[in-house]
Write a protein of this length. Structure first.
Length: 692
């Protein structure tokens, strides 16, 4: 196949295979229909089993996003105050020459004063952190700790199971019992929900554990609406009941686990009554859940847990994931392919990150690492012996931190610094782009090569460009390749084109001809990964007790850690707030797609009727949600999605679309989780009042 012909230049109708780039476990294989060089529509690849020809509502509107009238088509240079959104068009040569000169001057003083900031605006290995990583490694810039989404859960899986590994997602279709824990699958994991429906039609019982009565919870047989951040207490109480009723697999525990006696002692302290008080649910709910899970496992039935990242966005999020991840080993659920646990399977991929990202270009240097979840404080930190140099330059790509990072009032104050040089690679004038000195127009997924792994299924998915770049847009790789040239970086790796980097991602471990022919290729993984133990931990066992955690000064056993901000009646801020994503947005992506924004309507707070009545609030009112960090006004909806004592601030709207020019992250905290140094978005106490 002649890959040099992409994007196709010929007139007429044809289809191009691609990959969804967004932060979702499904990583769909796409088909773009093109007519005379214009993308007409995007649909799912029916030949890809995991996609099954179906896309979510968001990505099915991808052409609306790519051809959006507000799409950035030329480089822009700021000519007004930061935050004003005032820019003039400039040429690529002018923009890149000036940016390179500014970065070179700062790097000559101290390259660690330069910080790249990126996340999952694209999940691609090439347009994500391929050429960009090479550039910043060679420069010697500060490193970014990418913690904002999943770091606590990832660390917890590493300490317990040995990596981001679990059961195959398609095996959920064969389960007899499914626990969906901390996941709104219908909104954020659509193709997994298809397997749940298959299991449900086969007689499986489906239980949802989530503080919010989500669209998913509504479709389950049982919904357990625990308080945010109390998942570890519930998991420990389940262990208590498994032990008390002997719903255990003693053989599996003896052969394939470490730390059983110590875990048993701790779990027996967590009676259902104690956990019920902490979690804000009934003893009967805990006992029933334990009975369903314990008896299913004891009878050799398939009991599968779909664990997601919502539950790890609180102080004790890592411990909570560890506690839940212990359950399949206690019951021997891992023995069966359709039984066990799935949170992420991203650990199965043989990605050659060293070749892609070239950390050897650091040349023995060890730059400091700055946590992206605390970017507000980092941008305002003065130079010091502990912090290092003040951040003088920020290069943002694949992210919108002014909208999505916690404590956004502090983030804005950092971006407002007149002495901070900021470059943003973007598709649109986002909240972050409004504070840039230069905005560089980036290509969308329809316009460049890339290659994708996933954390849901176990296939590699290839993306081919279907159309030429819109306007003067350039890919991330092209921008960093040209900056490298202007800075005199002459290593051969900076001349690699995108297709070469796609091939380098896996070398000969994934057949590239198969990727070209089908758009995807499967990674060979066992049907039951831990049926006979073989955990990739230091001990080779499921580590209930982690010596690595103990050596780091932490508790080696999973435990319940109360939230930093325990919202209680009578407190100054008596309501807990979580900020789950609005169904038709993906973080801050798609917020400016009119058809999707019309579905969502407006920024919204969900509230329980009891909490609203106590404050004289009616559905449809404008409310003020506030705490010590800030204040946020939005419409309120009184419904059954919110449990008593908890409000749901749906996100992540662009700040500029808010009533006061801000969003729900005005209220969230920069505090970090117990492990993984991750963001604590759902560990947030607030008060709500009716706004004038």
């Amino acid at each position: 196949m002649d890959v040099s012909s992409f994007p196709p230049a010929a007139l007429g109708s044809f289809e191009v295979l691609g990959a969804c780039p967004h932060d979702c476990p499904d990583t769909c294989s796409l088909v773009t229909s093109v007519q005379d060089g214009v993308a007409i529509k995007v649909h799912g690849n029916a030949a890809h089993a995991h996609t099954g020809g179906v896309l979510c509502t968001k990505v099915s509107r991808y052409t609306e996003r790519s051809y959006h009238p507000e799409r950035l088509r030329t480089p822009l240079k700021r000519n007004g105050p930061k935050g004003s959104g005032q820019y003039v068009e400039v040429s690529w040569d002018e923009a890149l020459t000036d940016i390179a000169a500014r970065l070179k001057t700062i790097a000559a003083r101290d390259p660690e004063a330069i910080l790249p900031y990126s996340y999952a605006g694209t999940m691609g290995l090439v347009q994500g952190d391929g050429m960009a990583a090479r550039f910043f490694h060679k420069l010697g810039a500060s490193l970014l700790d990418r913690t904002i989404c999943a770091a606590a859960g990832a660390a917890a899986l590493e300490y317990t199971l040995g990596g981001k590994l679990g059961m195959k997602i398609e095996r959920f279709a064969e389960a007899d019992l499914i626990l969906i824990w901390g996941s709104n699958a219908i909104a954020s994991n659509l193709h997994f929900w298809r397997h749940v429906q298959t299991a449900k039609r086969g007689g499986a019982k489906i239980i949802c554990i989530d503080p919010r009565k989500t669209e998913t919870a509504e479709k389950c047989h049982t919904h357990i609406a625990l308080r945010p951040g109390t998942d570890a207490a519930l998991a420990l109480a389940l262990m208590h009941e498994l032990i008390r009723h002997d719903w255990l697999d003693h053989g599996y525990i003896a052969q394939h686990t470490l730390g059983w006696e110590a875990l048993k002692e701790r779990a027996l302290q967590w009676t259902p009554a104690r956990a019920a008080e902490v979690c804000g649910i009934s003893v009967e709910e805990i006992e029933s859940l334990a009975r369903d899970y314990g008896l299913a496992c004891k009878a050799g039935k398939n009991a599968a847990i779909r664990l997601n990242y919502g539950m790890q966005r609180a102080r004790g999020g890592g411990n909570a994931v560890r506690a839940v991840a212990c359950l399949p080993a206690l019951t021997g659920a891992w023995r069966r392919p359709a039984s066990g646990l799935h949170m992420s399977n991203s650990g199965v991929y043989p990605t050659d990150k060293a070749t892609l990202q070239r950390p050897d270009l650091l040349g023995g240097r060890t730059p400091r690492t700055i946590n992206m979840s605390a970017i507000g404080d980092a941008l305002l930190a003065p130079a010091s012996a502990t912090f290092g140099p003040q951040v003088e330059a920020l290069v943002v790509y694949n992210s919108n931190p002014v909208a999505v990072a916690p404590d956004s009032g502090q983030v804005v104050r950092g971006f407002m610094r007149d002495d901070l040089f900021t470059v943003v690679l973007e598709h649109f004038k986002t909240d972050t782009a409004d504070y840039a000195d230069y905005i560089l127009p980036a290509t969308t997924q329809l316009e460049h090569w890339d290659i994708h792994t996933t954390y849901g299924h176990t296939d590699v998915v290839l993306n081919r460009p279907a159309i030429a770049p819109v306007g003067l847009a350039r890919s991330n790789t092209a921008v960093f390749r040209e900056l490298a040239a202007r800075l005199g970086f002459d290593e051969p790796c900076f001349a690699d084109d995108d297709l070469a980097m796609v091939r380098q991602a896996f070398g000969d471990k994934i057949p590239f001809d198969e990727l070209l022919a089908k758009g995807f290729a499967s990674v060979a993984v066992p049907d039951a990964p831990f049926a006979n133990g073989g955990f990739p931990t230091p001990s080779g066992q499921c580590e209930f007790f982690s010596q690595r955690l103990a050596d780091a000064g932490q508790d080696g056993l999973p435990d319940y850690l109360p939230n930093f901000e325990e919202a209680k009646p009578g407190d100054l801020y008596p309501l807990a707030m979580i900020s789950p994503p609005a169904r038709n947005f993906l973080n801050s992506s798609f917020v400016n797609v009119k058809s999707l924004r019309d579905i969502e309507g407006e920024p919204l707070l969900e509230m329980h009727a009891d909490d609203a009545a106590a404050r004289g609030i009616a559905s449809g009112d404008t409310v003020r949600v506030f705490n010590g960090r800030g204040s946020y006004r939005c419409a309120v909806r009184i419904n059954q999605r919110a449990r008593a004592g908890v409000v749901n601030g749906l996100g992540v709207w662009w700040r500029k679309l808010g009533l006061d020019g801000n969003n729900v992250n005005e209220l969230t905290s920069q505090r970090l989780t117990d492990m993984g140094r991750a963001a604590t978005f759902y560990d947030c106490a607030v008060q709500v009042e009716r706004a004038a």
